[in-house]
Design a protein around this ligand. Structure first.
Ligand SMILES: Cc1ncc(COP(=O)(O)O)c(C=O)c1O
Length: 338
């Protein structure tokens, strides 16, 4: 296996995570063999894909002598929750700039943000979307006036440094496959801000592999947006770390069409699949990321993109705390989880 020179990392995630075969889901989808890469097991509260990314982001923050981490996301951001808890572990301050109103008793990820002792600024969608750079600059300045150095992690830690988390995960998956004699044809993941997908693509390019192909099921925006955003991260990684590969070695594949009415807006087919996976595989997905991505994978199998000859690794990127605020979306018959 190729040796990759990684930037500094702080170990926060429980890795390697298991790579597990899902026999009943394989049969249910009626196509390729489905394995889950259990990145929902990277920790209990520090769970999911984000912890792999912030292992690199926070190492850079500490190297730059930061006192406080500023990061951004939706009100139920898994990334913000993982960052807040990691900061508490490392004795760093954490300030979350959240899209939405923090009204009422906090639930899901937001409750954990509070328990992790984060500081908050809440902004309505419009302000958050259009004025984020100024909000971050003002807050950084505010901390500087208190004699504190702030380090900014962009949404989802999906930049050049954070994406190393999934370069490392790619190598981990491939060495697990090699040890067990598994030939993987495709890796599929949810795409929300693009860094997970970018890291996997870079991992594959650095190893010089032609297979597996890497696919992202977008849970917001569209294919065009992610081709652009992921290309930016790939270029940043090349220039910041002196990496090289041919463009043809790093194709960006987005499986578009499963967002529904919008980010974090669930639809019945996804909720039903989440409940099915709970009953039949003992695996819990969330309606915002992994549930929609897994539904997308199932639909793409039905359309014939992935066939019985293939082996697909679906990365279970976590997200369980985002499930609870959407509890009302499930349709259980009275007295039974059907
Ligand atoms: C549970 C979960 N899965 C998948 C993703 C998507 O990862 P990325 O933002 O790197 O595209 C996210 C975050 O956006 C997430 O919280």
């Amino acid at each position: 296996m190729t040796t990759i020179k990684y930037p500094k990392r702080i170990a926060l995630a429980q890795t390697p995570t298991p790579l597990e075969f899902m026999p009943r889901l394989t049969e249910y989808f009626g196509g390729p063999k489905i394995y889950f890469k259990r990145d929902d097991l990277t920790g209990s509260t520090l769970s999911g894909n984000k912890v792999r990314k912030i292992e690199f982001s926070l190492a850079e923050a500490l190297a730059r002598k930061a006192d406080v981490i500023i990061t951004v996301g939706g009100i139920q951001s898994n990334h913000c929750r993982a960052t807040a808890l990691a900061c508490a572990r490392l004795g760093l301050g954490c300030h979350l700039i959240l899209r939405g109103a923090g009204e009422g008793p906090p639930d899901g990820n937001l409750l954990l943000d509070y328990l992790a002792g984060a500081s908050f600024s809440f902004f309505p969608r419009e302000v958050y979307s259009t004025q984020r750079p100024k909000i971050v600059a003002d807050l950084t300045e505010q901390y500087a006036r208190q004699g504190k150095k702030a380090y900014y992690i962009p949404v989802g830690a999906s930049n050049a440094v954070g994406s190393w988390g999934y370069v490392r995960a790619y190598s981990e998956i491939m060495s697990q496959a090699e040890k067990s004699g598994l030939k993987i044809n495709h890796i599929v993941t949810a795409t929300g801000s693009g860094g997970t997908n970018a890291g996997l693509i870079v991992g594959r390019a650095l190893h010089g592999h032609k297979k597996p192909e890497v696919w992202g099921v977008n849970v917001c925006d569209d294919e065009e947006t992610f081709i652009k955003d992921i290309s930016v991260v790939l270029e940043e990684m090349k220039s910041k770390y002196g990496l090289r590969w041919k463009d043809s070695a790093a194709p960006i594949h987005t499986l578009d069409g499963y967002v529904g009415e919008g980010y974090a807006i669930p639809y019945p087919e996804v909720m039903d699949l989440i409940a099915w996976c709970g009953r039949n595989e003992g695996q819990i997905f969330d309606p915002v990321y992994t549930g929609k991505a897994l539904y997308g994978l199932g639909q793409e199998i039905r359309k014939g993109r992935f066939t019985k000859r293939d082996t697909v690794v679906f990365i279970h990127t976590g997200g369980i705390y985002g499930l609870f605020p959407q509890r009302a979306e499930f349709r259980f018959p009275e007295g039974k989880g059907k």
